[in-house]
Design a protein around this ligand. Structure first.
Ligand SMILES: [Zn+2]
Ligand SMILES: [Zn+2]
Ligand SMILES: [Zn+2]
Length: 434
């Protein structure tokens, strides 16, 4: 397998496609083009999804604030060299297929406003597109694929966060066991899968049936600070056509992904959030899937589901697999160093100071070499970044909607043993939390 290039090469760029606007539920008021434009610059993201293009109110905003860049993307009026926008949206389909209730989320990509209008027209005639930036429809998701690809062959449909228990293609609660059972005759239009925060490419490589799909990663950001927590690295020409074809063919042009440590995702392990019970997949099986506290079935997480459907051992690398890197957001690193919550003034102030002197966040976390960083970044931050880059982190996995926690070993050992080098905690598979 290739590795992510160690230096920020000329001609490479980062893209984050799956975000939400302020028209979606539980999102920040700042999720609109001008704020996304600035936030993406701070992060070091060249291309960002608009999100929510199915919403007429948001489309109106997009048309007022954006203009074409001539390459199939859009830019903020008055900032032609700023962040590029690509028209994207997320849709939920809730339906019955093969005798079971299904809930599937997909991301849609469209080449231009005209196509978006056509998609809106057709969706408006069969459902409600104004109630939520991420609309919900009652028809099978394969019909959504048909509808979108009918509007333009340049569109792309991407199954979203494919392993989350509740709303995804392979989700334990309301998903399918194979892509073909879900999309049936429309399967040929699916080229890529979004791995989601709780899984990484390594986990997906354990399913040989996924080898032909490009594994992409996005932030699913509901506020600007979450942008780029997962993202994609491209080396193709920065045009709509080239990006879509790089995704479809995986390479050349698609270099790999930037990942969360999957344990940080909200549904990595199994368990019950309300009972404070977190279980490894093997333990869930030992307990016949029941919670030791309340006796009810636990929420089966992503790792369990991957193991259930996998046909390869852990550690298998398929030929042609694209590389990935695992990062911890800079604000989380600072919060761990200060011993405070991520959303505090002190963290944000230091974050802005570091961005100001050392460049975009992804440059600091990923691309800049240690010598370069050492002259501008405090020693403790540098040591934490170094530990993160080497994978020396302590891990408390997320489960049943609770985010996990990942901390560089130079700062703290989550298992309570204080500072010092160590490997991921092997004991945290069943802990009473909080
Ligand atoms: Zn979703
Ligand atoms: Zn989403
Ligand atoms: Zn329970």
């Amino acid at each position: 397998m290739d590795t992510i290039p160690s230096a920020w090469n000329e001609g490479m760029f980062v893209a984050d496609f799956h975000v939400h606007s302020h028209f979606s539920r539980a999102t920040s008021r700042d999720m609109h083009p001008s704020a996304l434009n600035e936030a993406a610059k701070q992060k070091g993201i060249f291309l960002v999804g608009t999100g929510d293009f199915t919403h007429p109110g948001y489309l109106k905003e997009l048309k007022e604030e954006l203009e074409p860049d001539g390459n199939g993307f859009y830019v903020c009026k008055g900032d032609p060299e700023g962040t590029r926008f690509i028209l994207t949206a997320e849709v939920a389909n809730i339906f019955t297929q093969a005798g079971r209730n299904r809930r599937i989320h997909t991301c849609l990509f469209a080449p231009d406003f005209e196509t978006v209008e056509e998609i809106q027209r057709r969706l408006d005639s069969i459902g409600n597109i104004t109630s939520d930036g991420r609309p919900i429809f009652g028809f099978p998701v394969k019909e959504l694929v048909r509808l979108v690809m009918d509007c333009s062959a340049d569109c792309l449909v991407l199954p979203a966060h494919i392993w989350t228990p509740w709303f995804s293609l392979f989700g334990a609660k309301s998903g399918f066991d194979t892509l073909e059972k879900c999309f049936e005759e429309q399967s040929c239009h699916i080229y890529a899968l979004e791995t989601g925060l709780s899984s990484d490419p390594q986990m997906n490589w354990r399913l040989s049936c996924l080898d032909k799909y490009t594994l992409v990663s996005n932030s699913d950001a509901h506020s600007p600070s979450r942008l780029g927590r997962e993202a994609n690295i491209f080396s193709c020409q920065p045009t709509y056509k080239d990006v879509i074809s790089a995704i479809k063919k995986s390479k050349p042009g698609f270099e790999g992904t930037i990942e969360f440590f999957p344990e940080e995702g909200k549904y990595h392990y199994d368990g019950h959030r309300a009972c404070g019970i977190c279980l490894k997949p093997a333990e869930t099986l030992e307990r016949q899937g029941l919670c030791p506290a309340c006796g009810k079935p636990v929420t089966v997480g992503v790792l369990h589901r991957v193991e259930e459907l996998s046909d390869r051992p852990e550690g298998f690398v398929p030929p042609g697999a694209r590389p990935c890197v695992h990062l911890i957001p800079l604000e989380e690193i600072l919060a761990a160093i200060f011993g405070v919550k991520t959303i505090t003034k002190r963290v944000h102030k230091e974050y802005l100071r570091l961005i100001e002197i050392a460049g975009p966040e992804l440059d600091i976390l990923l691309w800049k070499d240690e010598d370069e960083l050492s002259s501008v970044v405090p020693g403790e931050v540098l040591a934490a970044i170094k530990a993160m880059r080497e994978g020396n982190v302590s891990i408390r996995p997320g489960f049943d909607g609770e985010y996990g926690r990942i901390v560089p070993d130079t700062i703290e050992r989550i298992d309570g043993k204080g500072k010092g080098p160590g490997k991921p905690c092997a004991k945290c598979h069943q802990i009473k939390l909080f």
